[in-house]
Design a protein around this ligand. Structure first.
Ligand code: ADP
Ligand code: CDP
Length: 208
């Protein structure tokens, strides 16, 4: 099968940092599904679309297609040639993204963009190993306690750690439906591990 490595898990479990480092080590692109959902959520906010209105979001995506440009070092999300990436990791997007991502047709749109990417690649998200790339030969699911995840994210955001933990727990709940480890995924609790240790643990499962 083509080389696809899936890394799923909740917010701030380490998915994107770990996926990027594995991708760099293997010299293949890294693909962030969450960044696409964030791109859609940003457009919803910017155009004043109701996040609960699935048909309106699909209309918005038809008028302004959102696309992902993957590469080894980071991903960019574009709409109408405009780079949305600098606006996607904010508390405003965090607050609305799960509501946008719960619509089946929004998920189908994002999944179609992901399936256009030619393997090999490392892809991270919530349901990469279950719904989108069920035949991927290497699957991982990262976890960490909410307190640890909140402390990690607090180093990247202006908000205080309590507000961040509250939002992470809320997103965990809202994302629960698409956030199950695949039966054939290796589950790694990263709470007590450094980034290097997580990367090392994953590399041990991959072909040399
Ligand atoms: P996710 O993509 O799952 O939301 P990130 O990769 O963005 O998570 O990680 C969130 C933050 O936590 C980043 O600043 C990252 O450097 C840090 N981080 C990730 N994994 C670890 C770890 N095992 N130990 C310490 N810090 C980590
Ligand atoms: O890095 P963090 O986990 O905070 O966020 P992300 O991976 O960028 O994902 C942002 C949001 O997109 C999640 O909270 C989910 O609502 C949604 N998402 C999803 O539903 N399915 C995915 N495969 C990836 C993200």
């Amino acid at each position: 099968p083509p080389l696809i490595i899936t890394i799923d898990g909740p917010g701030a479990s380490g998915k994107s940092s770990v996926a990027r480092r594995i991708a760099q080590a293997l010299e293949v692109p890294y693909v962030s599904s969450g960044l696409l959902y964030r791109g859609v959520a940003y457009q919803v906010l910017r155009y004043g679309v109701n996040p609960d209105d699935e048909a309106a979001i699909l209309g918005l995506l038809e008028a302004h297609p959102v696309r992902l440009v993957p590469n080894t070092h980071g991903n960019r999300v574009l709409a109408n040639g405009e780079d949305l990436t600098p606006h996607l990791h904010t508390a405003e997007v965090d607050a609305v993204v799960s509501a946008v991502a719960r619509h089946p047709r929004v998920r189908a749109y994002v999944n179609a963009r992901l399936r256009e990417v030619p393997p090999p690649f490392v892809v991270e998200g919530r349901d990469m190993g279950t719904a989108v790339f069920p035949h991927a030969p290497y699957k991982f699911y990262l976890t960490a306690s909410p307190a640890v995840r909140a402390r990690r994210r607090a180093r990247e955001r202006a908000d205080d750690v309590a507000a961040i933990e509250k939002m992470l727990r809320l997103r965990d709940e809202r994302d629960a439906k698409q956030s199950k480890p695949a039966e054939d995924a290796q589950v790694i609790d990263t709470s007590e591990l450094t980034l290097d240790q997580v990367v090392g643990a994953i590399m041990r499962y991959l072909p040399a």
